[in-house]
Design a protein around this ligand. Structure first.
Ligand code: UDP
Length: 236
């Protein structure tokens, strides 16, 4: 497969066209941003860790019946994926209160929720990805009712599989964000990354943060935290 022109450059990834119909190449960068791009930095080694971790988790999810965009890992930082039209919704699942949830509702970080929650944000950087519900998504034509049902079902399934998996490597899955895309024929599949950039991952015993909050909140040892998660995946 040949890597052709750059199609799009985002905050953490570049996406290239290829000579194969319906296949793109994602190239993960070490660049880190937070607070809607206001805070910028570099997390050395992040690109490779996020690429390889995403693929590892997506393979696991495929085995459990969640269709994903993964085609083939090409190198440390590059992966061939199925081209999709991204559904402009960030889907956030929470098991434990943290981040914006804690702030908005005045609930201390770390409190276990009685059941997992699901929320949507409208993917729009200029608006700062505002919180919306399924009625907004329907009214704005962001997705159909059937698509929202499928996305919801997959998102909770992803949560179940990931809670179990991370627990087995000593990590508590606090919350995460995923995105979905549509293939040409309209099939909904899981797209984008699953990494310490997009999940809150705490050590199960110490509850030490092993994710991007170390960068967002200047907690130090950012690279070490990413490396620790990667080590526990046992894929080297
Ligand atoms: N998240 C993400 N991208 C975003 C916003 C959130 O990957 O643009 C992830 C974040 O890493 C966390 C979860 O979604 O795992 C919930 O984030 P939250 O709403 O608490 O927002 P934050 O406190 O990070 O602003």
């Amino acid at each position: 497969m040949k890597k052709l022109d750059l199609l799009y450059e985002g905050k953490a990834k570049k996406v290239y066209k290829t000579d194969e119909e319906g296949i793109l190449i994602v190239d993960y960068k070490d660049d880190a941003t937070a607070f809607n791009g206001q805070k910028k930095g570099t997390i050395v080694g992040k690109g490779a860790i996020n690429n390889r971790m995403t693929n590892h988790v997506l393979r696991l999810l495929e085995k459990e019946g969640v269709p994903t965009h993964l085609v083939e890992e090409l190198s440390d930082r590059e992966t061939a994926v199925k081209a999709v039209k991204i559904v402009p919704l960030e889907v956030i699942i929470r098991n434990v209160a943290a981040g914006s949830f804690s702030k908005k509702l005045g609930i201390e970080e770390g409190r276990k929720l009685l059941c997992p929650t699901l929320e949507f944000s409208y993917k729009d950087d200029d608006l700062g990805d505002p919180f919306i519900n399924r009625y907004y998504a329907l009214a704005l034509g962001l997705a159909t009712e059937e698509e929202i049902d499928t996305i919801t079902r997959y998102a909770f399934k992803v949560n179940e599989v990931m809670i179990r998996y991370f627990d087995s490597i000593g990590i508590e899955l606090i919350d995460f964000k995923i995105e979905f895309g549509r293939l040409e024929d309209g099939t909904i599949i899981l797209a984008d990354e699953i990494s310490p950039d997009t999940c809150r991952l705490w050590d199960k015993e110490t509850r030490e943060k092993l994710d991007k909050d170390r960068f967002r909140r200047d907690l130090g040892n950012v690279e070490d935290a990413y490396a620790e998660v990667f080590k526990r995946l046992g894929i080297e």
